[in-house]
Design a protein around this ligand. Structure first.
Ligand code: HEC
Ligand code: HEC
Length: 145
């Protein structure tokens, strides 16, 4: 019986120490601020998407270029990809748009396909529109110059 009490006390001690280290980290702030995890998040401010003729400069080689136009009208579904109305091999000249990169036609094994590979079907998985917003956290990233 005495042994059990000793073990329990030791466990309690460990818990207290662990508890203290957690409180010591209280200065790590969440991007949600003081908002309770289970509470509703703040409504995001609606920002204007930037349209930029000539596109955005890339920050590094192999960066998926950022989208320099609005996209809310171009839906991507299983049957139809709205982006390909302008960016496909077939339509890009007529629409005066850049064609999707050659890499978009390669299968996982590097085989050249006729259609855009399923790996590249969901365009906005990699290509994002831009708004004039401040970064959520400070960062020192300096792109290719
Ligand atoms: C109505 C035609 C049209 C549609 C539809 C369209 N785009 Fe574009 N897109 C353009 C044109 C034109 C440009 C070139 C703009 C420029 O450089 O001034 C462009 C540029 C881009 C670029 C930049 C390429 C580069 O090298 O900088 C990306 C990325 C892009 N579009 C992605 C998309 C995605 C993703 C969608 C679908 C959500 C889409 N586009 C739908 C016409 C279109
Ligand atoms: C898995 C990420 C990924 C997806 C998904 C993707 N792209 Fe790209 N895209 C890239 C990368 C990386 C580049 C730059 C290198 C290259 O051309 O492969 C690029 C380049 C481009 C370019 C510029 C091509 C050039 O020659 O300058 C256009 C336009 C483009 N993508 C449109 C699209 C469209 C439209 C879709 C959807 C059908 C799409 N991308 C899907 C990663 C992606």
């Amino acid at each position: 019986m005495k042994k059990i009490i000793h073990i329990s006390l030791a466990a309690l001690g460990l818990l207290l120490i662990a508890g203290n280290t957690v409180t010591a980290k209280e200065d790590i702030a969440s991007l949600r601020g003081t908002e309770d995890l289970s509470g509703a998040s703040l409504k995001p401010i609606k920002q204007k998407v930037i349209s930029q003729e000539g596109g955005f400069e890339r920050s590094y080689k192999q960066q998926p270029p950022m989208v320099p136009h609005k996209v809310d009208k171009y839906k991507i579904t299983l049957k139809n990809n709205g982006c390909m109305k302008c960016h496909s091999k077939k339509n890009h000249k007529k629409e005066k748009s850049p064609m999707v990169g050659e890499s978009h036609f390669l299968s996982r094994d590097g085989k050249k396909l006729q259609k855009v590979s399923s790996r590249r079907y969901f365009c906005n998985q990699c290509h994002a529109v831009q708004v004039d917003a401040n970064p959520l956290v400070k960062n020192d990233f300096d792109g290719l110059k």
